[in-house]
Design a protein around this ligand. Structure first.
Ligand SMILES: Cc1cc2nc3c(=O)[nH]c(=O)nc-3n(C[C@H](O)[C@H](O)[C@H](O)COP(=O)(O)O)c2cc1C
Length: 422
């Protein structure tokens, strides 16, 4: 019997469960489809995803950059903070609903934009979007995605945001903004942390390229992963045709012997280009990839509605700081501008630490994509449910009834001693 729980005699059904029962992992697991039953935490999706995908594709998703120092920090930083729970607080009315840009979401987290998603799993972008909509959380469609932005918006008109990389020229910026607005999006996320391409050595080592180049090595990898070959590659090809990069630059197939994906020259981009976008885009405009509080101030002064503090999941500048470390300073500098955060969130406690440090909302990347790859929309719903349940349980144990009650008083440095001199 679990500590603190009385024995239940009648068979459990979701409706018959008390809130105390629902928080036990055993009963929660018993209520999900058998193939997801051992997916007890977000990290549990990674191993099945590794088995499912050909190595070049899994490596592209999982990888960081150069020595993966930032990638590792994104996780370890959370362990540098300890939680200090309060007791005998009535937490029976707890809710994690969060208001963001005028909409109330069921959870304080959403899904980060990820390019190439539909290469990892069949209809990856659509499954992420549908699951997000079903669970009432936002999903950000990547500009480097393989599904037309219009299709995702039509499938999930309330919960999809669109992420763009700033195109290099004014005309391209204008065209892109017009297209995104015409599709009906109301929130546009501009990712600014790729002025130049990242040194993704792991892609070279694993044989990943965009577009993928047909080769014996790739063919053998595909044959060695028959479930992906049948369930994602061939299924996509026969039902939807060859996937293309649909939303950024010239339309390019995801696999080609000779096609070259035209990449915009971005190293000259500056705040004047952002100003142009701000003038053109009437909806909410969010900048993703800010790590310096001075940039947060500039973003606010130039009219950004929000920023996502992010190091791109450790995929751009290696040894760049983890967002959690700079979050407090950025929140202090941001004034009334909405501050969100991603990179490394895997647990409810991670999300709550970021929220306690002042983030209004957080986003999760890779685990959601692994879930989409191995179990489609149901997998993503399950992943969202796991994180939601963790946050609910953690709030209960911390003594918080709402996200606004989660604050810095609940945190201390993991290795400090309260009151110990020096
Ligand atoms: C496979 C993959 C593709 C990504 N593509 C994009 C992208 O197109 N645009 C973008 O802004 N960020 C992109 N990112 C970064 C994510 O939006 C996000 O910042 C990061 O994954 C969060 O870290 P996490 O995976 O540790 O949760 C990508 C990340 C991954 C894993």
């Amino acid at each position: 019997m679990n500590e603190g729980h009385a024995m239940t005699t009648a068979p459990a059904t979701p409706a018959s469960l008390s809130s105390a029962d629902r928080t036990t992992p055993q009963l929660a697991a018993a209520m999900v489809p058998p193939h997801l039953r051992m997916m007890l935490a977000l990290q549990d999706f990674e191993a099945p995803a590794r088995r499912y995908m050909p190595r070049p594709i899994f490596g592209y998703v999982a990888g960081g950059v150069e020595g993966n120092v930032t990638l590792d920090w994104n996780r370890s930083t959370f362990d540098d903070i300890a939680l200090v729970p309060r007791m005998l607080v009535n937490v029976s009315k707890r809710t994690q609903q969060t208001e963001l840009f005028g909409r109330t979401y069921d959870c304080p987290f959403g899904i980060s934009p990820m390019g190439g998603t539909s290469l990892a799993g069949f209809e990856g972008d659509l499954n992420l979007a549908r699951a997000a909509a079903g669970c009432n959380i936002p999903m950000i469609l990547s500009g480097a995605s393989l599904t037309k932005l219009e299709e995702v918006r039509a499938a999930c008109p309330q919960h999809s945001w669109f992420q763009a990389y700033l195109p290099g020229e004014e005309k391209a910026i204008t065209d892109m903004v017009e297209r995104v607005a015409k599709a009906g999006y109301d929130t546009l996320v501009l990712t600014v942390d790729i002025p130049v391409g990242a040194n993704r050595e792991n892609n070279v080592r694993n044989g990943y390229d965009a577009p993928l180049r047909p080769s014996l090595r790739l063919a053998l990898q595909c044959l060695a992963h028959p479930r992906w070959l049948a369930g994602t590659a061939l299924r996509s090809y026969f039902s939807r045709g060859m996937p293309h990069f649909e939303n950024m630059g010239p339309r390019t197939p995801v696999m080609s012997r000779s096609a070259v994906r035209g990449r915009a020259n971005r190293d000259h981009l500056n705040w004047e280009h952002f100003d142009l976008m701000r003038r053109l885009w009437k909806g909410k405009l969010v900048i993703k990839g800010i790590l310096d509080k001075r940039d947060a101030v500039i973003a606010r002064e130039h009219g950004a509605d929000g920023i996502i503090v992010s190091n791109h999941g450790g995929r751009q500048l290696d040894t760049a700081t983890s967002p959690l470390r700079v979050l407090p300073g950025i929140v202090a500098a941001a004034g009334s501008m909405t501050v969100m955060m991603d990179s490394g969130i895997r647990r409810g406690t991670d999300a709550l630490k970021a929220l306690a440090l002042g983030a209004k909302f957080v986003f999760v990347g890779r685990p959601m994509l692994y879930a989409a790859a191995v179990a489609g929309e149901a997998g993503v719903r399950h992943a969202i449910g796991l994180l939601r349940a963790e946050i609910d349980r953690d709030m209960g144990m911390l003594g918080a009834n709402s996200i606004t009650e989660v604050n810095r008083d609940m945190l201390m440095p993991a290795r400090a001693f309260d009151g110990y001199p020096g």
